[in-house]
Design a protein around this ligand. Structure first.
Ligand SMILES: NC(=O)c1ccc[n+]([C@@H]2O[C@H](COP(=O)([O-])OP(=O)(O)OC[C@H]3O[C@@H](n4cnc5c(N)ncnc54)[C@H](OP(=O)(O)O)[C@@H]3O)[C@@H](O)[C@H]2O)c1
Length: 257
């Protein structure tokens, strides 16, 4: 059974813009208590305006997930703000498409921190707190890109695939502590991340639409994987299941000529 009808204490990391900011708006409107984090959450105009409207229901907290010491410190702080957490939502993401010839190692490191290691840096201090509390929910926003590596997108999708694999490994163990771990694999959303794409994006959603779908699924679904849209999922799942001789022949056609 879902208890999302009761006010929840939510920590969303990656909340200053895009999908995260829209989720904050929805959850505040629904009456939840929200801690909104990003590198400069406390300086964000959009979050400040929400704070004027929602007062103590919203707390802004700066955290840089590429800094493990900062993560440990802020996890403790976040835990203390509303005396515990019901939901930790990891939404940080970074995307830089690149070919092998133009591979930018520092951008790749940044994507690994944002898309994968940052979740681990926060999980380490949070795990004990949630276990002591005896209940809670973790939701990690991955991507449908985690299903199959596509040309020029590997720097983004490889750490997302690692995040999904890690979640699969952790889920049974966390469940024994009454901590429910879920992942979200969704498709294209118009944000600063996808601004970098030069191709047409099938099923592109506005951030408000994506956040509404996520919020609805978070409130209703207890499934391990929340996923949409189904059309893109089917295509990427097919790549995953067909023989490599076929899938790699298809993805070779995506190379720039
Ligand atoms: N857009 C899409 O098409 C799409 C598709 C599938 C999955 N996703 C996933 O959805 C999530 C949200 O994406 P979005 O498109 O809304 O991206 P976005 O607009 O760029 O938002 C990303 C958020 O993460 C924060 N952030 C980035 N680096 C950080 C760091 N080192 N420490 C703390 N916070 C950091 C950003 O704030 P600051 O930069 O101010 O720190 C921002 O609040 C990501 O996980 C993304 O991979 C997006």
């Amino acid at each position: 059974m879902n208890n999302f009808i009761k006010p929840q204490r939510i920590w969303i990391v990656g909340a200053s813009q895009g999908i995260g900011l829209e989720l904050v708006k929805i959850w505040l409107t629904q009456g939840h208590q929200v801690i909104a984090s990003a590198r400069k959450a406390e300086q964000s105009q959009a979050l400040m305006q929400l704070q004027q409207r929602f007062g103590k229901q919203l707390h802004c907290l700066n955290v840089d997930v590429s800094d493990a010491t900062d993560c440990a410190l802020k996890a403790e702080l976040a835990w203390s703000i509303f005396s515990g957490l019901d939901l930790w939502f990891y939404n940080v993401g970074a995307y830089q498409p690149m070919s092998t010839a133009e591979w930018d190692f520092s951008a790749f490191i940044q994507m690994n921190h944002s898309n994968y290691l940052g979740a681990v840096a926060l999980m380490v201090p949070l795990q004990q707190r949630f276990a002591q509390q005896g209940h809670g929910r973790w939701i990690w926003n991955a991507s449908l890109a985690s299903y199959f590596g596509l040309p020029y997108g590997g720097g983004y999708s490889a750490p997302k695939a690692a995040l999904v694999n890690l979640a699969q490994a952790l889920q049974p163990e966390l469940a024994t502590h009454n901590i429910q771990l879920q992942i979200i694999n969704h498709g294209f959303v118009r944000t600063r991340l996808t601004e970098k794409n030069e191709f047409s994006m099938p099923g592109l959603l506005e951030p408000e639409q994506a956040a509404a779908q996520i919020a609805q699924a978070v409130a209703k679904s207890r499934r391990f994987e929340i996923r949409f849209p189904w059309q893109l999922r089917i295509v990427l799942s097919a790549l995953r299941w067909m023989p490599y001789a076929w899938s790699l022949t298809l993805t070779r056609k995506m190379l720039r000529t």
